[in-house]
Design a protein around this ligand. Structure first.
Ligand SMILES: [Zn+2]
Length: 590
């Protein structure tokens, strides 16, 4: 830099300019005495002039600047070499490449323009996949700028796949909502289902806008069809809460008068509002009113029970049992459990969309053995264990890894509910293999034996005299029941490497080892047995744990992966991480 300051004005610049650049400056003039005196002959000059002409053609000028520079560079270098043959060949190549690039570029530019519109549309509607589409599109744009049109074409395939994935995700959600309608016996479910299938069958990238328009209309109609049944369900639960409130209020002592009177007054106001809500004709106003009344009812009821005094737990639980059953249509079997926390369950289930709870894969809420912790889901039944008074926190984490303790009872209830809604709508069944869903792959003892055998034969067992078939059989034995003792057919000196691979394989068995806490990673994938005795083995993309994990347990199986994320995002009112695929993200908190 200091040199250019001391150099005569413009001198430095002139020196840096290449011979080729000077030629372009001269345009199509005939060679002058000056050029001849610089040793440039007419033949070279004409070639450069021809090159200059080519650079003024639209096929070249329409290309992005970086692409132009990349195409131009070899000819400039050839011109600087001043070898006529080399220049000729460089110009010929230039001509062909410009033509090819232009064809590719026009196609890509059109696609980018079209995809940009779709990307903006996804962003405007807050689609879960919008950020991913925008990111992929930016990469494709950059490749285009750089003249890497083949790369850009491939990247645009990804962009377009991501766009369609987002569309499909919403169509999947529509299916889920219609499934719930169908479970409520809605007469409109069948017609809506047919409409959805018609939209899905016509859905292509080219019909993107039509699909969204039809989807929006469909979802509007789905919501409209849900309005009356949901209002009926909520009205029924309010009636149960009302009964509980009236009964409890009767038990509140009349002295001192300051105890009961304000509660009575609150109830009168609430009850009047309930009557008004029940006769409200505006559907939206009615829905809002019912939700407001519900919140007010639970607070009022708690205050009344407090004023009443004494042990009101059984009374409260009985009221919430009926309210839950009326609201969601499932049966509560408390089995005399001392810690049902049904009032808390009522609050927790309100954290997710109503349709997620009121559906045919949730028929029973059962309380298990007192003293036994944990929860489970199976056969349309949620089984809640012993959570005491439901105040304890469990160790969860935000997807960025920072601690995020969550109420254990609440998160467990939502976790099991996650299994239920997944079961109803086959969410993970259609998404589990996607990279944004953990990249799960179903494995078997045989497929995993092959993977471990490969680590042996390509690693410590490379020169082992033990036959592969023997090692493979031993791996299978291990996966089924632990590391076997050394067979007599294997020499003590050869046992070490074999034993090492068997020990490694043993580490991925369920059998109380919780391998999802300490994954065994081979070639970027983690392998393990998800449920001992069920023959359920999975592998997943271990890299996907990064930035998406709310609890290690999430990595036990695709079902747990969904249940944990579903529970966490709704409980924390947090959007799922951006890398989570739209197909499942549409079911999470938004
Ligand atoms: Zn689970």
């Amino acid at each position: 830099m200091s040199d250019s300051k001391t150099a005569p004005k413009g001198g430095d610049k002139t020196q840096k300019r290449s011979w080729a650049e000077k030629i372009f400056g001269w345009k199509k003039k005939a060679p002058t005495t000056t050029t001849r005196s610089e040793g440039i002959d007419t033949g070279l000059f004409l070639l450069a002039a021809n090159f200059g002409d080519l650079m003024r053609e639209k096929t070249y000028t329409e290309l992005p600047k970086t692409a132009q520079a990349n195409l131009r560079r070899p000819v400039e270098q050839a011109l600087d070499g001043k070898d006529e043959g080399t220049i000729k060949s460089a110009i010929a190549t230039f001509k062909v490449e410009v033509a090819n690039s232009h064809t590719a570029y026009v196609d890509i530019a059109k696609r980018i323009e079209a995809d940009q519109i779709k990307s903006t549309a996804l962003n405007d509607r807050g689609s879960p996949g919008a950020a991913k589409v925008a990111r992929l599109l930016a990469t494709a744009k950059q490749s285009t700028e750089d003249g890497k049109f083949t790369d850009a074409a491939k990247q645009l395939d990804d962009v377009e796949a991501a766009i369609m994935n987002d569309v499909d995700a919403h169509l999947g959600l529509a299916q889920g909502r219609i499934n719930s309608l169908s479970d409520w016996g809605s007469t409109e479910a069948g017609g809506l289902d047919n409409r959805l299938k018609a939209i899905a069958s016509k859905s292509t990238l080219a019909t993107f806008e039509t699909t969204w328009r039809e989807y929006d209309t469909l979802m509007h109609d789905v919501a409209a069809a849900a309005t009356v049944p949901v209002q009926e369900q909520k009205t029924r639960s309010l009636a149960e809460l009302r009964k509980g409130i009236v009964a409890a209020l009767a038990g509140v002592p009349t002295t001192p008068p300051t105890l009961k009177a304000p509660l009575q007054q609150r109830f009168d106001v609430w009850d009047k509002a309930l009557t008004a809500a029940n006769t409200e004709t505006d559907a939206n106003k009615k829905s809002t009113a019912l939700d407001t009344l519900d919140t007010a009812a639970t607070t009022l009821y708690a205050d009344i029970l407090k004023a009443k005094g004494g042990d009101t737990k059984a009374e409260r639980e009985a009221v919430f049992k009926k309210a839950l059953e009326a609201r969601y249509g499932f049966v509560v079997e408390d089995n005399g459990h001392p810690f049902t926390n049904l009032d808390k369950m009522y609050e927790v289930l309100k954290m997710v969309p109503h349709e997620d709870v009121a559906q045919s894969k949730l028929k029973k809420l059962v309380y298990g053995t007192p003293g036994k912790s944990g929860a489970a889901f199976g056969g349309a039944k949620i089984i809640m264990g012993d959570y005491g008074d439901a105040t304890g926190d469990w160790n969860y984490q935000n997807p960025d890894g920072t601690p995020a303790p969550v109420n254990g009872f609440g998160i467990s209830a939502l976790h099991e509910l996650g299994h239920s809604i997944d079961d109803r709508n086959g969410i993970m069944k259609s998404n589990q293999g996607k990279s944004g869903c953990g990249g799960w792959k179903k494995e078997t003892v045989d497929s995993i034996a092959d993977v471990f055998l490969e680590t042996f034969t390509s690693g410590p067992g490379k020169n082992s005299p033990v036959p592969e078939t023997t090692v493979r059989a031993l791996i299978k034995t291990t996966l089924s029941g632990g590391v076997p003792p050394r067979p007599d057919t294997i020499a003590v000196t050869d046992w070490g490497p074999v034993q090492a691979v068997l020990t490694s394989a043993n580490g991925i068995r369920d059998a109380g080892k919780w391998p999802w806490n300490n994954p065994t990673v081979i070639g970027g994938r983690a392998y393990h047995e998800s449920y001992a005795g069920r023959g359920e083995w999975w592998s997943y993309d271990n890299g996907a744990r990064n930035g998406t994990t709310v609890r290690n347990y999430q990595w036990r199986s695709p079902a747990e992966w969904f249940a944990e994320l579903y529970a966490f995002t709704h409980f924390k009112k947090q959007k799922p991480p951006g890398s989570i695929d739209s197909g499942v993200a549409v079911y999470m908190w938004k």
